[in-house]
Design a protein around this ligand. Structure first.
Ligand SMILES: O=C(O)C(=O)C[C@]1(C(=O)O)C=C[C@@H](O)C=C1
Length: 294
């Protein structure tokens, strides 16, 4: 927190920088939507943004957790499980529009530079139009735009329209992602579950490890969700980092419309079947208006 222009204490929200990333665009949208006046602070990596919120350098952070084409953002899941003690306050589903940006439109393009997620989201476009181009992965889409703006020869960045404006680049091709339904889920993380958003919670995330050497232990956990009629929206496994072949699970489940009672019972039952369980808190889900939802 720091003192704002009128001497008011303002909250700091960390995001993957530099300015112009999809993360920043989504964070600006959320800031406005919630009527907040948070100061947005760019970090060099998703890990650093999350760590800043955990260590109190930022009050909260806003990071991607899953993309509809490329799947989970593993650094977010792993950091939540292994390195920090944070809660999810809300989820924003954000349409990701990727553009092909150049400094000089007369130059031949032999290099495409972007964040690995964005390169993966545009695979078909790249194959059809730039199959021979070298793919250069960098820390964010906006950083790619920065590099092209700084004069990298024969290079085009895959980044947002906002990046084109900030770094003074030309949009050579619009909406080049493989699917017009390209969306990324972002989560707002902070030390506590607060009343940042007054909307009713719709989901929760649980991270846990069960006895992988015992037959049926995952099935036992899933059976508890089924028993309490709790709908699961996402399941993912990641290494525990302790031993090869040992995994932890990420479950995202819905809060029942008729109340939280069943969910609380289901979580308690699941906990009994796990070595450990991290409850990421209840949170609302907001669909951004930068896409027409079907
Ligand atoms: O590089 C960016 O612009 C980001 O905000 C990161 C990120 C990601 O890590 O998934 C966010 C949304 C898009 O899916 C592409 C990239």
């Amino acid at each position: 927190m720091f003192l704002g222009g009128v001497g008011r204490i303002m909250s700091v929200l960390g995001f993957l920088g530099p300015n112009g990333t999809h993360s920043e665009e989504a964070a600006i949208y959320m800031n406005t939507l919630l009527g907040n006046n948070w100061v947005l602070k760019p970090y060099r990596s998703i890990y650093e943004a999350i760590a800043a919120a955990d260590e109190g350098e930022a009050d909260c952070c806003f990071v991607p957790v899953e993309n509809s084409i490329e799947g989970s953002v593993r650094i977010t899941l792993d950091t939540l499980a292994h390195d920090v003690d944070l809660k999810i306050n809300m989820e924003l589903v954000w349409a990701v529009h990727n553009q092909l940006l150049v400094k000089d439109s007369r130059e031949k393009i032999t290099k495409l530079i972007s964040h690995p997620q964005a390169l993966a989201q545009c695979r078909k476009y790249i194959k059809m139009n730039y199959s021979a181009a070298e793919l250069v992965e960098v820390s964010s889409t906006a950083h790619a735009a920065e590099v092209v703006a700084a004069g990298m020869k024969n290079a085009a960045a895959i980044a947002s329209k906002r990046s084109a404006d900030i770094y003074n680049l030309t949009v050579l091709d619009k909406d080049i992602q493989d699917n017009c339904d390209n969306v990324t889920r972002f989560i707002l993380l902070s030390k506590t579950t607060s009343s940042i958003n007054k909307t009713d919670p719709e989901k929760t995330m649980l991270i846990c490890q069960m006895d992988g050497s015992k037959a049926g232990s995952l099935c036992d956990v899933l059976a508890e969700f089924a028993k309490y009629n709790i709908n699961m929206t996402h399941i993912e496994s990641r290494p525990t980092r302790m031993q090869l072949g040992r995994y932890m699970f990420f479950f995202e489940v819905e809060v029942p419309l008729d109340g939280r009672e069943r969910l609380i019972k289901a979580i308690a039952a699941v906990k009994k079947k796990c070595f450990w369980l991290k409850d990421m808190g209840l949170f609302p889900v907001i669909k951004a208006e930068n896409k027409k939802w079907r």
